[in-house]
Design a protein around this ligand. Structure first.
Ligand SMILES: Nc1ncnc2c1ncn2[C@@H]1O[C@H](COP(=O)(O)OP(=O)(O)O)[C@@H](O)[C@H]1O
Ligand SMILES: Nc1ccn([C@@H]2O[C@H](COP(=O)(O)OP(=O)(O)O)[C@@H](O)[C@H]2O)c(=O)n1
Length: 325
């Protein structure tokens, strides 16, 4: 087993390092489900709705995977190098920063429609911003393998609990129907085993799902929008460097959009393989907790799923629902 030194910097600017006593959490929302089912974007939007903290537990496993890749550990050699990987993680520091502006998940979706804006997340590994690098195809291919190791999971479990304690918002008092009501502090965490292993007593557990094709199309949309945005940014910067696009000298685009992202079918295959590994591993496999509320969002809008989860949480906290329609 290894123990990682983790630092988390959250929206409330609370700073925490492993080893400090963990305060008891007041209201925890666990969101689990298969890959690309909408967990992290929904979790962030719900956290924003309720004023809660947020932890993306997948990013911890992704950072562990990035460390393995940078060390040149091959996918089929992970088992042999697990203690090496363990000590690498134990020497690492990790920060999760919640940003106020829209993150990668809102590109082309809620932000474009001017509706729900989801905060972004910045992940720092040893002070380096690895937010993009932990989502490359190489990390996608290896992460489920790294996450299947028991010693990795044990270490990450401690981190998850500690990070949640640090990210949790403070309780407040509001006035409803002429009465003062205490609103508990809370945290939303998404992953695969949050409701079953990490927080088995969470006050609200959600299992988010969508059809495999819907999930693959959404992830493809996300990727293609990222590529288009990057190309647009490059075009803008090129046009600035060459005196501006509006100078009438050239109608040719400065760069061509490269179709260097995978097809929907490729993505569907990758998601299916990762889900298979996550469901069939020995330690903390992806399961629906017996007391989880299952939401299939294949035909739901993003807003519908966020508002229904936020209202479920409000109900369980003894507060009024906000989005009855
Ligand atoms: N109900 C929905 N309808 C359409 N797109 C959605 C919905 N829920 C989530 N999305 C989009 O699906 C993509 C994958 O969501 P994400 O939160 O990254 O999933 P996960 O964390 O489960 O991998 C994102 O672009 C997100 O904005
Ligand atoms: N609580 C968690 C979170 C992630 N993971 C692992 O980490 C991988 C990446 O998680 P993620 O949430 O970033 O993945 P996406 O659903 O965003 O594609 C998963 O496929 C799991 O193998 C896990 O095992 N347990």
């Amino acid at each position: 087993m290894f123990c990682a030194r983790v630092r988390v910097l959250c929206s409330t600017s609370k700073f925490w390092s492993l080893g400090r006593k963990q305060p008891a959490r007041e209201f925890t929302i666990a969101i689990d489900g298969p890959a690309a089912s909408g967990k992290s974007s929904t979790a962030r939007a719900v956290a924003k709705e309720l004023g809660f903290g947020y932890i993306d537990s997948g990013s911890i496993y992704r950072c562990a995977t990035l460390l393995a890749l940078r060390q040149g550990i091959a996918a089929d050699k992970i088992d042999e190098h697990i203690s090496e990987l363990a000590s690498l993680i134990s020497e690492a520091s990790m920060e999760i920063r919640i940003q106020k502006d829209a993150g990668r998940h809102t590109i082309g979706l809620a932000a474009a429609a001017g509706r729900l804006v989801v905060p972004g997340v910045q992940v720092l590994l040893n002070s380096e911003d690895v937010s993009k690098e932990i989502r490359t195809p190489e990390v996608n291919r290896l992460v489920a393998k790294v996450a299947s190791d028991r010693s990795v999971r044990e270490a990450v479990l401690h981190m998850q609990r500690a990070l949640a304690a640090a990210a949790e918002s403070s309780s407040t008092t509001i006035r409803q129907k002429g009465k003062d009501i205490k609103v508990p502090g809370g945290v939303v965490m998404d992953g695969r085993d949050i409701g079953t292993t990490v927080f088995p007593t969470a006050e609200l557990k959600i299992y988010l799902d969508a059809s495999p094709m819907a999930r693959a199309i959404r992830r493809w949309d996300e990727l293609s929008n990222q590529v288009k945005d990057a190309a647009k940014a490059k075009r803008l910067s090129n046009s600035r460097n060459t005196g501006g696009a509006g100078d009438g000298q050239s109608t040719k685009p400065a760069v061509t959009v490269q179709a260097d992202y995978p097809s929907v079918e490729d993505i569907a295959r990758e998601l299916e393989q990762r889900d298979y590994q996550d469901i069939n591993r020995e330690h903390s496999p992806l399961r629906i907790a017996s007391d989880a509320v299952v939401i299939d969002n294949t035909n739901l809008t993003f807003e519908q799923q966020v508002y229904s989860i936020a209202d479920l949480a409000r109900e369980r906290m003894g507060l009024e629902r906000k989005h009855d329609d």
